[in-house]
Design a protein around this ligand. Structure first.
Ligand code: 9D3
Length: 250
């Protein structure tokens, strides 16, 4: 897959391709990650790509000209691509979006700076995405999150195929707790079942703790997953145990 990021800070965005799973996807040729600087498409000798907002007010607006020229150059270089603008006004980027985007042959990610982009550049954008309800200084960190989430879904990117399989085991749920050596640390033991060698029991424990953590911390996620009979029984048991503890505690 090819991803080209359009930005005023190409060196910032390139860092995401140097480390970890994204770095490996780039190294192995599964991901071609490139950047393009809007400034190279400035229409003035000062290389400016922003100007004051019509109608007045604080801040600056990104010019449509360099943004659209950069998108057109990117699409030509990639042989066509879906164009995504990172924007606080965008639809929420989710794991479903990551899965959808991982199936595309090529993406252009347009990162805004300043107060926003001249509205007349919107015509070249296929979809606007936001990474959450908080204020960033620009689209770069959001684009890096999208690159990371998409790259790890590319076939073979994880290396350890089990990690991808585990993701489906607990799809839409929070993770279960993890333990590693030593067995006893500052007086705290590892749960017995994880030392038992009983793989079916370990699987059930992990599934129950994933369901329990989701119920406690992100009950909204449970509304969006269909629990099978086993999951339903494990969650009911977890809730009963939880209520038992509450009665003991008060
Ligand atoms: C404080 C400025 N805001 C005025 C009400 C508007 C504003 C403009 C530009 C807020 C943020 C930004 C820059 N942010 C992004 O480009 C961005 C973003 C974000 O801020 N949060 C979550 N996802 C994204 S994707 C792009």
């Amino acid at each position: 897959m090819k991803i080209e990021v359009l930005t005023l800070f190409p060196e910032l965005v390139e860092q995401v391709g140097r480390y970890g799973i994204v770095g490996r996807a780039v190294e192995s040729g599964k991901l071609a990650l490139t950047t393009r600087n809007f400034r190279d498409f400035s229409e003035n000798k000062w290389r400016r790509v922003d100007d004051r907002p019509y109608g007045g007010g604080p801040g600056m607006v990104m010019n449509a000209g360099p943004a659209v020229a950069a998108v057109e150059a990117a699409k030509a270089a990639l042989g066509g691509a879906k164009v995504i603008a990172l924007s606080p006004q965008g639809e929420r980027f989710t794991q479903d979006w990551a899965k959808r985007l991982a199936r595309e042959p090529a993406l252009v990610l347009l990162c805004g700076r300043y107060e926003g982009l001249d509205e007349r550049a919107a015509a070249v954008v296929d979809v606007e995405l936001s990474v959450g309800d908080f204020v960033l200084s620009g689209g770069e960190l959001a684009a890096m999150a999208v690159v990371d989430a998409v790259a790890r879904l590319l076939p073979g990117a994880l290396g350890d195929e089990q990690s991808a399989e585990n993701d489906s085991f607990s799809a839409g749920l929070l993770d279960h707790p993890h333990f590693t050596r030593p067995e006893l640390w500052r007086g705290e033991a590892v749960p017995e079942v994880l030392l038992s060698g009983d793989h079916a029991a370990v699987r059930r424990w992990r599934l129950q703790r994933a369901l329990g953590a989701t119920w406690l911390k992100r009950p909204d996620l449970l509304d969006r997953v269909e629990l099978d009979k086993e999951q339903d029984a494990l969650l009911r048991e977890f809730i009963a145990q939880q209520q038992q503890k509450e009665r003991g505690g008060t």
